[in-house]
Design a protein around this ligand. Structure first.
Ligand SMILES: Nc1ncnc2c1ncn2[C@@H]1O[C@H](COP(=O)(O)OP(=O)(O)O)[C@@H](O)[C@H]1O
Ligand SMILES: [Mg+2]
Length: 328
């Protein structure tokens, strides 16, 4: 990729401060990845690996106890972490939009959904009230809501999860962002609806030419939707690669593990070994690689210091002592 990245997350480190915690635990440590213009980038990792905290750092919508203690987030020329709250609000409305895992919670429960979409339209376009409402109905039609004019009068609790997610996508469309962040947008929806929502997200991205950062714990989704992917484990990025390269030749032992557990689903004897891994607790305190205590290849340096990110090709980056040693 030759273009300048649209989003550059560099060395992002985030800690939770709390009265109950003696030692702040860095839930993100040195997280770095880029998203290029018009690209669909995946961020994949198990539950608890720090995907949502990464997204909320970009949006600057972190919970109060979370503190960014290092790193930078560039959106084009702007360092998002240095912007005033007001400048950030402008970016959030116009340039970066996010859809969340629980769409109903992201909607205002007391306001009809058509009015919520119309409000987003008026915030972003000079338009009469009736013009904005008309545009809102167009958007609801565009995101595949049947009988949109009458559904527009519904309140969020009267919609299914899939329909509510479509409404959020319509609100996002009204903003015409250049970067969309979708955080597990189909978790909790049934499989058919999931597939429909992904189709919609893909269509909309193609139509708007926006970049998409798609967050998921599901490698199947990554292979369907994304061009590149960053693999995250316990708050650290382990590998970044184009999707076809990652699937053809995973380089990080954790990626290997993740892929083999996807491929192994109907082989119970093998599944037992991955379960064994699940019972080892995550080693957040290790100054080296946080995967070391689960890694079959771990050797001394893995417990000593974090490996340097290594570009093993023009497009594939891996953070692993074993790989670094093999390459030298
Ligand atoms: N409010 C909070 N206080 C303390 N720790 C938190 C809080 N929210 C999330 N965490 C911790 O941050 C880590 C990353 O969480 P998150 O980004 O939500 O993971 P993911 O989205 O990958 O499932 C988790 O280990 C979680 O326990
Ligand atoms: Mg999450």
């Amino acid at each position: 990729m030759t273009a300048e990245p649209l989003l550059r997350v560099f060395d992002l480190t985030l800690e939770f401060k709390g009265e109950n915690q003696q030692v702040p635990r860095s839930v993100l440590q040195g997280v770095s990845f880029d998203v290029f213009p018009h690209e669909v980038m995946g961020l994949v990792g198990e539950s608890g690996s720090g995907k949502t905290m990464t997204a909320l750092s970009i949006m600057r919508l972190l919970p109060p106890a979370a503190e960014i203690v290092g790193g930078e987030i560039f959106f084009g020329e702007s360092n998002l972490l240095k912007l005033s709250a007001r400048e950030m609000r402008a970016i959030r409305g116009d340039e970066i939009a996010m859809i969340f895992q629980n769409p109903r919670a992201a909607l205002n429960p007391l306001m009809r959904v058509g009015d919520q979409v119309a409000r987003a339209v008026s915030l972003h376009h000079e338009m009469s009230k009736s013009g904005a409402y008309e545009e809102a109905i167009h958007l609801l039609v565009r995101v595949g809501i049947p009988d949109a004019a009458s559904r527009a009068r519904a309140y969020p609790h009267q919609l299914s999860g899939g329909m509510a997610q479509r409404v959020l996508i319509a609100i996002m469309l009204a903003c015409r962002p250049t970067l969309l962040i979708a955080d597990e947008p189909t978790t909790g929806l049934d499989v058919t609806i999931q597939a429909q929502i992904f189709e919609l997200i893909k269509d909309i991205r193609a139509e708007t030419k926006a970049s998409l950062l798609l967050i998921t714990h599901d490698l199947g989704v990554v292979s369907e939707v994304c061009q590149r992917v960053a693999v995250m484990y316990a708050g650290q990025i382990m590998e970044v690669a184009p999707v076809h390269e990652l699937f053809a030749q995973p380089r990080h032992p954790y990626t290997e593990r993740l892929l083999s557990s996807v491929l192994r689903v109907d082989m119970p004897s093998e599944l037992d070994t991955s379960k064994a891994m699940a019972f080892t607790s995550i080693d957040y305190e290790n100054p080296g690689c946080r995967f070391a205590n689960r890694c079959p290849y771990a050797f001394d340096p893995c417990w000593d210091h974090r490996p340097h990110p290594l570009n093993i090709s023009a497009s594939q980056m891996v953070v692993c002592h074993k790989v670094s040693q093999e390459i030298q």
